[in-house]
Design a protein around this ligand. Sequence first.
Ligand code: TRP
Length: 461
Amino acid sequence: MPNNKFTGKILWRNRFAFYLLAVGSACGLGNIWRFPYVAGENGGGAFILLYLLLAFTVGVSILIAELMLGKKSEASLLKITHRVSTTHKKPYFWISRLTLFITLVILSYYSVISGWVLHYITQFVVGFFRGDTLHYISSLNMKVLTDNGWLQFALASVHLIVAGLIVGQRITNRFEKILTTFIIPVFVFLFAMLLVRSLSLDSTPEVLRFIFYPDFSKLNLRSLGHAIGHVFFTLSIGVGALVTFGSYFKAEDHLPKVGFRVMMVDVMISLFSVLLVFPIAFSIGEKPLTDPSLLFEALPRLFMKIQFGALFGLGFFICLWAAALNASVGLLETLASNYSERYLKSDRKNSIWLITVITLGFTIIPAFSGSALKDVKLFDQTLLENIDSFLINYLLPISGLGMAFLFFKALPLADQKDLFLDEKTESSYALINYWQAILKFAAPILIAAGIILQIIALVRG
Ligand code: TRP
């Protein structure tokens, strides 16, 4: 297998495994944990429709642009912005600085949530020893975890160190092999089985109405920004993570097709996650759908209704953690290749550990937001909620816009056409104008509108 000179990663020969990997890098906690409660928070159907519209327009267009940037320049984002800054004599550097900062904060926040998944895995083991696993698991209260800063910090550290080891020891390939050959198939099986069971609950008709009959009066000033932010987060766009990925593709790969397929699978997993979680949540009744603990409190109730539920439950959380680990490895890899290329000019291993330690430092804020930092509130929200909101609903779309901007600066029109048009895909000739119009006009307008409306909502209180 040929080696990629940029990150030393091995190019995948097997097309199917490669797709699995591309999809795997987009799918993670964003789809399974975050989407259901954000959709619940924003009133269900109408928000989901808005999210779908944005994913099929702005989301997929930026995704394709990022992949192209990587494939054409075969460099990290930092190098690209440096090149552009020197040729255009303008400070495009701010884009890569901003994206690297966002990536770092996302990784620290993501590690805390991954720590929650790890906590459930350990509690399954405790339950097995106690002999009443399912009762024990379903009686767990997330508040016990979110109130315990040290525990969250410890769990996030374990997660980050494992991610650091995978990237640092250069065993990313081996990890990805395990993921594509074992974890993803098992995950698909477990997910499908749980989904069927969940959809057979009595609450399903009510859930389907909630999801598929959009009630537009439920949308508010924040909804557009929340939908854009979530699209960016779930597709891993806006921070140049896919620039690295794009450089792994071969000349004959048609990136618009790749991007579209990745987006489709990602969106489908998000919809399936809502269909998995909501029927359980609706049948519990008293639980609000709007809480980040939604997934963790709903799923155990489903496991209780299934034979060998404890085993399936443990399997599900292990797979979920592997997916979260894969996303974290991607984030860390992006940071490491950028930093070691430009700033540190040092050994890759050292930069990985340095970044892991810096990220761990940042982890303190979300980890302790429910305990020692409980009283530090901004806009009536905890620090974790503020980080989530500021990062995903404001910063990520802004840096995404920076990416679109950079794309037009770094890739001449001829290259854009060359990469987009494909004789075998006739529709590419019709779609190229839409794609460019979305990047140039629709994306900036929608992102600006999303941010302005959120600020108005904030000021109004
Ligand atoms: N998309 C991933 C998820 O849904 C999270 C993620 C991975 C991400 N890499 C990213 C988000 C880069 C933003 C940027 O879980």
